[in-house]
Design a binder for this molecule. Structure first.
Ligand code: ADP
Ligand code: ADP
Length: 232
């Protein structure tokens, strides 16, 4: 579960203050597929960076599975962050490494045994439908296939939360639908919490059960997708 309580985030640059987030309150329950929608500059990325402990709030609390992030040391935060996977618009794969290695890296970093890694990577590639591409390099894959690798890598350490930052924005509509359906299946199968950052209403309507609408650093509306936006 993710709780954001009375969170402000200000940035200081050249003597000018940007109020990126303004009194944000949000509760995302385990198993939710929670959309965060808003135009560019609304504060979506800043919110995600706070959840992933890449930024600290100027005021307020970020609580992940009952843990108030500001109360932990950097080392303890690394442990907590193993419970959070992330996928990106630009996929962020290592181009010089095979699909297999890209998915294995979080497990290698976590110090897992060779036999564990071999079994887990096979299982993940099977799950995302890329078992036959283990030896390929990212440059040999389509956009949708690259994002499947990104998803397998994000799930490698078995997180309870998956943050998706404009994860389908670089993909064509048909591939977008396939990736969204895969994410929905993952959420249901593993009771994973998905946070879906997007500027596209269609993404929210395809998979999210709840949504927060952001404008200029504030949440201007939040709730069940059907009550916020009505039927598609
Ligand atoms: P979104 O993801 O919705 O496009 P962002 O969270 O990236 O919005 O940005 C929200 C606001 O905060 C913008 O005005 C942006 O310029 C500002 N901002 C974000 N990161 C920084 C930073 N590191 N330094 C200064 N201003 C920032
Ligand atoms: P690097 O690029 O760092 O040299 P490699 O990609 O060659 O690493 O692979 C390192 C290890 O990863 C290999 O010894 C092997 O155990 C495992 N590995 C790599 N690709 C595969 C694959 N397609 N199937 C199974 N294991 C693989």
């Amino acid at each position: 579960m993710i709780e954001i309580q009375n969170v402000d985030k200000h940035f200081q640059r050249k003597g000018k203050t940007t109020q990126a987030l303004n009194n944000i309150n949000l509760k995302i329950e385990q198993g939710d597929i929670y959309g965060i929608i808003g135009y560019s500059g609304a504060g979506k990325s800043t919110l995600v960076r706070l959840i992933n402990a890449l930024e600290t709030p100027t005021a307020g609390k970020v609580i992940i599975n009952g843990k108030v992030l500001s109360e932990f040391t950097a080392k303890q935060l690394r442990e907590i962050k193993k419970d959070i996977g992330m996928i990106f618009q630009g996929f962020n794969l290592l181009e010089s490494k095979t699909v297999w290695k890209n998915v294995a890296i979080p497990l290698i970093l976590a110090g897992k045994s060779k036999s564990f890694i071999a079994a887990r990577v096979s299982e993940l590639l099977e799950f995302v439908g890329l078992a036959d591409r283990a030896g390929s390099y990212p440059s040999e894959l389509s956009g949708g296939q690259k994002q499947r690798v990104g998803i397998a890598r994000a799930l490698a350490t078995n997180p309870s939360i998956l943050l998706c930052d404009e994860a389908t924005s670089a993909l064509d509509p048909q591939t977008t639908t396939q990736i969204l359906l895969l994410l929905k299946r993952i959420s249901q199968q593993y009771n994973l919490t998905l946070v879906v950052i997007t500027h596209e209403m269609s993404v929210i309507q395809k998979i999210c059960n709840k949504v927060a609408v952001m404008e200029q650093g504030r949440i201007v509306e939040q709730g069940e997708v059907l009550s916020v936006f009505g039927h598609p």
